[in-house]
Write a protein that binds this ligand. Structure first.
Ligand code: ADP
Ligand code: MG
Ligand code: MG
Length: 252
């Protein structure tokens, strides 16, 4: 079992404090969702976990099995088993999708334990068929000319191939049609298990119709203001953020 702990995290962007003391504990075998209105700091949280240098952590800790990761570079965090799906995945010209995934998988393996080409291809075929992906997606250059939906689906393919310990999925559902949403959800659900934990960040409740989170957190104004189970997401669907903001007396 592994645990990702976020303790009293304060994050600033250009001297403006965005996160004002976030506390969260995610264990493997759990799927957490963070929901919240636009501009409350959800993407800032995911960027800080992954180590984006534009986000300054001014206070607090992020612990992966007790080890503070804040001093680690982005690639070290990835090797440790963190996976971040970007809200706007970048295009990396000149490297195919398959090459990228094999390199990323091998980066987490010892020198004498690299994945063989055969094993890689077998696994890739298996995961691509689970996601109803066309086989030419593997040989295309990474994210070049991918539609929004293809990028999202491809991120889930990367997730299934890399098998991280923790995934932070920021707005993995934005801009997806219903079929793509179902495929993305199927991929995330397929990861569920004792060696995997996820933090799913979403503005809408819709994704949570397909992935039932174990824990739901509401973020407002840079803090987690309420935590509950899947019913909390349903309440939000019914009341919007206004109901919770009124109850707690928080402006957002
Ligand atoms: P959310 O993901 O919840 O919509 P964000 O984390 O993207 O919120 O943004 C939180 C706040 O930080 C917003 O007020 C936003 O305008 C501000 N912000 C985000 N990124 C930057 C940036 N690069 N420079 C300045 N302000 C930013
Ligand atoms: Mg935003
Ligand atoms: Mg965001």
């Amino acid at each position: 079992m592994s645990v990702l702990e976020i303790k009293d995290l304060h994050v600033s962007i250009e001297d403006k404090e965005i996160l004002k003391g976030v506390n969260l504990t995610i264990n493997t075998d759990e799927i957490h969702a963070i929901m919240g209105p636009n501009g409350t700091g959800k993407s800032t949280l995911s960027a800080a976990i992954m180590g984006n240098p534009n986000y300054e952590v001014t206070q607090g800790e992020i612990l992966f099995d007790g080890e503070n990761i804040l001093e680690m570079e982005v690639d070290e965090r990835a090797r440790l088993g963190l996976f971040l799906a970007m809200q706007y995945p970048s295009e990396i010209p000149g490297i195919t999708n398959a090459e990228f995934m094999r390199a990323a998988m091998n980066a987490r393996r010892d020198e004498d334990d690299k994945i063989s080409v055969m094993d890689f291809i077998t696994k890739l075929d298996d995961k691509m068929s689970l996601l109803n992906m066309h086989e030419d997606m593997a040989e295309r250059y990474l994210n070049e000319g991918f539609s929004g939906g293809e990028k999202k689906r491809n991120e889930i393919l990367q997730l299934l191939m890399l098998e991280p310990t923790f995934a932070i999925l920021d707005e993995i559902d934005s801009g997806l049609d219903i079929d793509a949403l179902k495929v993305v959800s199927k991929g995330i659900n397929a990861m569920r298990g004792e060696n995997f934990g996820a933090l799913i960040i979403t503005h809408y409740q819709r994704l949570l119709n397909y992935i039932t989170p174990d824990v739901v957190h509401i973020m407002m104004d840079g803090r987690v203001v309420m935590t509950g189970d899947a019913d909390l997401a349903r309440r939000l669907e019914a009341e919007g953020y206004a109901g919770i903001s009124k109850e707690l007396g928080i402006e957002y």
